[in-house]
Ligand binder design. Sequence first.
Ligand SMILES: [Zn+2]
Ligand SMILES: [Zn+2]
Length: 119
Amino acid sequence: MRNRTHQPLDLTVDREKGVLTIVWGDGHRSTYRLEWLRANCPCASCQDERRQAQADPLRLVNVLPSSQVASAELVGNYAIRFVWQDGHGSGIYAFSSLRASCPCPECNDGEPDRLLMGE
Ligand SMILES: [Zn+2]
Ligand SMILES: [Zn+2]
């Protein structure tokens, strides 16, 4: 059984404001900056990039990825995948992780420094 609180009822990408808003099964509303989502892309190659950037801060200069969304699609009923304007699209954001990373004062009181693991 899936936890209904981790199922979105409504999911909106506002390109102008650069945010993703999710209304969850329990009525909770989460707003994520696309920039933050992109910066925390959970795919293997971005995780690798971030590790290397930590080791060598100068690399960061070359790692300014696009946070413009070209498209977004649901992956089964458990995740959302973004394709960014620069063509990158291998990051799959599990709803459980997004819910765990909600930046509202009730959940994390601000953006976590990475995408948190959900249940
Ligand atoms: Zn990535
Ligand atoms: Zn929240």
